[in-house]
Write a protein that binds this ligand. Structure first.
Ligand code: MN
Length: 128
């Protein structure tokens, strides 16, 4: 997994700190942005392997940023997971329409997040 780069777009410092610890545990490289505008710049510059996108951000929100990424032929194949403190059924529908690879509900479990990432990068790994 050490060759994978994950961009985290998250404005909450506590959540960002936790992400840092989790991704370090998983031996992922991490890029960080605290707003969508910076996140979009980093996506274009670094073309990360996966994006963890907070929905509620100052300025542009995570849904709008994801729509922009999904509309860009160079970037649309990067899997994006929505980070959210709430997950109403209507939000889930909206999220899958927009093209999120999945949902991570905060507060997330460290094990659960690492398993989600591993599944995304290696969907055919054998379960044991
Ligand atoms: Mn937020």
């Amino acid at each position: 997994m050490a060759d994978k780069t994950i961009l985290v777009i998250e404005d909450n410092e506590m959540n960002m700190k936790l992400m840092r610890a989790v991704l370090k545990t998983g031996h992922y490289r991490m890029l960080e942005a605290v707003d969508a505008e910076t996140g979009l710049r980093l996506v274009r510059e670094h073309h990360p392997d996966l994006i963890l996108m907070d929905i509620q951000l100052p300025g542009m929100d995570g849904l709008s940023a994801t729509k922009i990424i999904k509309a860009d032929p160079d970037l649309k194949d990067i899997p994006i997971f929505a980070l959210t403190g709430f997950a109403m059924e209507s939000d889930k529908e909206k999220a899958s329409d927009i093209g999120f690879a999945g949902y991570i509900v905060k507060p997330f479990s460290v094990k659960g997040l690492l398993a989600t990432l591993a599944d995304c990068f290696n969907p055919h790994r054998t379960e044991n």
